[in-house]
Design a protein around this ligand. Structure first.
Ligand code: HEC
Ligand code: FES
Length: 278
């Protein structure tokens, strides 16, 4: 069953989550499945960007599969940060978990107190990686601008990893599972994994793993763009999908034990690896 051919009712049945009903009221099917673009335009005269008309202001900007925080650093300079906390992926929008301190130019995650600089660098807390930053072009006179994803440094490129460090993303996975490697690598397993992914996962994570705009907090991981993707071992992905454990509070990600066999989960993981590092 390909997602493109799903009607609204099958989509709801597929996700099995009641909050998806209100999600569909808020966003159209087309918006949810919009393909990733190489950039997104914005116009500061729009009401949702009111905070950015003052130097020091910050406001969220959404594009398919990307969650951005725009910061007005000076009259002529805007900074665009990926606003998913690199600790457990919560949304650092000011309306969610992010607290932007304009005078110190620091963004604090209210979930577990990671602190990021305006360049994305980790200044404190458990976050293992900097926030990626994106190129912005901006005309202060008209307020029109564009964030470009093509020039993005995927690992942020700024600052030092701090806090609990490298182990954090897999911190709770049992040690004996963490270093397991998928028993499948042949192309028919990848294809089987892709079909299972499209049936069970793409409704939230997007076809091809690019994420969706479903308004979960935290949002469904965009596998192609997540700053933590280099840290995911096969064993971690298997455990995370099977058990649904280890996610942030309020996560919509449930375990697939009982829905998928271990062999099927390994095949989904095998497919996911081709998405994470093509
Ligand atoms: C109902 C929506 C939904 C479905 C269906 C879903 N996920 Fe998720 N998933 C999420 C959300 C939301 C998150 C982010 C929060 C979290 O990490 O728990 C997530 C996180 C994850 C992560 C964690 C990445 C990390 O940060 O460590 C993995 C791996 C994952 N999903 C894989 C899958 C796979 C594979 C499937 C299908 C078998 C699937 N998901 C189905 C909503 C969903
Ligand atoms: S510090 Fe941000 S999610 Fe934990």
């Amino acid at each position: 069953m390909r997602l493109a051919t799903l009607d609204r009712r099958s989509f709801l049945k597929l996700t099995g989550a009641t909050c998806v009903v209100s999600a569909l009221d808020a966003c159209t099917y087309a918006e949810i499945f919009a393909p990733l673009s190489d950039g997104v335009a914005f116009d500061l005269s729009a009401p949702e960007f009111a905070a950015l008309r003052e130097v020091g202001g910050a406001a969220p900007l959404d594009a398919p599969g990307r969650k951005i925080l725009l910061v007005r650093r000076s009259e002529g300079e805007l900074v665009a940060l990926n606003r998913l906390c690199t600790h457990q992926g919560v949304d650092l929008s000011p309306a969610q978990f992010g607290r932007w301190d304009a005078s110190a130019e620091r963004l604090t995650c209210d979930a577990h107190k990671s602190v990021f600089g305006v360049d994305g660098a980790v200044l404190g807390g458990p976050a293992p990686r900097p926030l990626p930053i994106y190129d912005v072009s901006f005309d202060a006179a008209s307020g029109a601008g564009r964030v470009s994803f093509t020039g993005a440094a995927p690992e942020g490129g700024a600052g030092e990893a701090g806090g609990a460090g490298e182990e954090e993303a897999g911190a709770q996975v049992p040690a004996e599972l963490r270093d397991l490697v998928s028993p499948f690598s042949d192309s028919s397993s990848v294809e089987e994994g892709r079909a299972l992914y499209e049936e069970h996962c793409a409704s939230c994570h997007g076809v091809g793993g690019v994420g969706t705009n479903l308004p979960f907090t935290p949002p469904p991981t965009a596998f192609t763009d997540d700053p933590r993707r280099g840290e995911w071992t096969d064993g971690y992905l298997f455990w995370r999908v099977k058990k649904g454990e280890g996610g942030p509070a309020g996560s919509a990600m449930y375990g697939f034990e009982g829905t998928l066999t271990d062999e099927q989960i390994w095949k989904v993981v095998t497919y996911l690896k081709t998405v994470i590092s093509p």
